[in-house]
Design a protein around this ligand. Structure first.
Ligand SMILES: C[S@@+](CC[C@H](N)C(=O)[O-])C[C@H]1O[C@@H](n2cnc3c(N)ncnc32)[C@H](O)[C@@H]1O
Length: 215
């Protein structure tokens, strides 16, 4: 599948898939979007001394990088599991300009092996799993879930009630799931699964996004 590197409004890169007509991130700012949706609305709201994060759609590793930086900053231990069906090649990863703040950390995240849990630094333990979300059996419990699949109109099969039910069952009390998506049908799926769902302000270019909590 053809994949094209693009620069978004905040200067950070993303990839575009012409066949799907879909970007990996918001064209209004990839880093800005990741910080807003996953770090500020999700991870930073958790408040636990040790946080288990599950990312649905590891992709470029941008969310993992920003989370690892925040873990170091807060001096808290993070266990991060990233699920990805189509890992990007090292050649694609090398094109991305995310590593400016901490090139060694970005490299370490991408050099970590698939299918095993490895310490990237004292604060960040990473497990990258190559799988389809739908085949994952959620063996652990998570405090924070980043739901970062392609949009529901491009990829409806991974925005299903079954998947949100599984995610809810795999959350710790006080858990939080965030997604850039603000669609009513997805909000209702999350509510049906058991989450208490809020529509909150989205990142630049998006009025709203969704956050689900386990009360
Ligand atoms: C919107 S992109 C986000 C990527 C990533 N969070 C990032 O910051 O680069 C969606 C990601 O989900 C992956 N994906 C799509 N369908 C999947 C599936 N059924 N199972 C696992 N991963 C999938 C894609 O390959 C892509 O990397």
């Amino acid at each position: 599948m053809q994949i094209i590197l693009e620069t978004t409004a905040d200067g950070s890169h993303t990839f575009f898939l012409p066949e799907m007509g879909e970007h990996y991130h918001s064209v209004n700012g990839a880093i800005r979007e990741s910080k807003h949706v996953y770090l500020d609305a999700g991870f930073k709201q958790c408040g636990k001394p040790e946080i288990h994060v599950l990312e649905m759609g590891f992709g470029t590793g941008l969310n993992a990088l920003l989370t690892a930086l925040e873990a170091e900053n807060q001096k808290i231990k993070v266990f991060y599991t990233g699920l990805e069906k189509f890992p990007l090649s090292p050649e694609m990863i090398d094109q991305l300009n995310y590593s400016e703040t901490n090139p060694a950390l970005f490299q370490a995240i991408h050099q970590a092996g698939w299918g095993k849990s490895e310490p990237v630094n004292p604060y960040f333990q990473l497990e990258k799993i190559q799988t389809d979300f739908r085949d994952f059996n959620f063996p652990n419990k998570y405090d924070v879930v980043y739901y970062d699949a392609f949009a529901p109109d491009k990829q409806p099969e991974v925005w299903s009630q079954e998947l949100f039910d599984k995610i809810f069952s795999a959350m710790n009390p006080g858990g939080i799931v965030t997604t850039y998506c603000a669609k009513g049908s997805i909000r209702r799926m999350m509510q049906q699964a058991g989450f208490t769902v809020e529509r909150i302000p989205g990142p630049p270019g998006k009025r709203e996004m969704l956050r689900g909590k386990v009360l």
